[in-house]
Design a protein around this ligand. Sequence first.
Ligand SMILES: C[S@@+](CC[C@H](N)C(=O)[O-])C[C@H]1O[C@@H](n2cnc3c(N)ncnc32)[C@H](O)[C@@H]1O
Length: 288
Amino acid sequence: MSLQLITEFDLPDVNIACADNRDFLHSLADESMQLVVTSPPYNIGKSYERRGSLDFYLQEQAAVIAECVRVLRPEGSICWQVGNHVSKDGEVFPLDIVLYPLFKHHNLKLRNRIIWHFEHGLHCRRRLSGRHETILWFTKTDDYVFNLDPIRVPSKYPNKRYFKGPNVGKLSGNPLGKNPGDVWIIPNVKSNHVEKTIHPCQFPVELIERLVLSMTNVDDNVLDPYMGVGSAVIAALMHDRQGYGCDVVQEYVDVAWRRISALRQGTLRTRPMHKPVYDPKLPNGGHW
Ligand SMILES: C[S@@+](CC[C@H](N)C(=O)[O-])C[C@H]1O[C@@H](n2cnc3c(N)ncnc32)[C@H](O)[C@@H]1O
């Protein structure tokens, strides 16, 4: 089936471009974004980056982070999703540790260091295979948006009740479910994932949906300055927020537009937020 391609002229709530992020950020007004959520290159020689010295990488990150802080609203959040930089001799540099001081330089406050655990990836021979990455969640002030109810997950014992005290017999947990905690088990986008595109390391949309739902309200602006194929923009649009993003690779931006077109035409497939992780021990892997 052929899709009619939607463009910037059709969608006032989408602002994406093929551009260097510093140029794109300069075009945005101070304090205009409620959420900046992104995954920068890790300086490990992927197809879309040039491996350079760690010092040079940090200088570039510092410049982009400074601009992200400028465009962030006072009630806003920055989520920087990173893994490890691995040097040519195999030494590992966890990027959240290396980048943390760049955010503290702007007096941002860390609210969570979320562990994103996934089960597939490279098999290492000289160290343990990496099966997690992190999201550093910073806020600009103490007065920040955080909506817990839309991201609650089913409680383990939903019918558990107080067995003594003044509330005896009443439900002890929140009937809407529990706080999802700071360890998130979400499949990464490998070849058999419904969201897989040409991009070698795209976000699973459900990862960003949780951040969008909890850290923004309807109509707020969400920005990804290293947008890739637009997964964060899609998560924003799915929940009636406005999506902003840029990438230097035209091919990725073209895919982002195609995905946005498919979303608007109701044909984009994404992995649903509450779908359990495939478990080979259960019938049909535990999937409905
Ligand atoms: C880790 S990927 C992000 C993928 C994205 N999260 C997604 O879901 O598709 C990093 C992206 O940053 C882009 N990039 C690298 N340097 C950039 C720059 N200076 N400005 C804008 N984008 C850049 C790369 O082309 C790459 O697509």
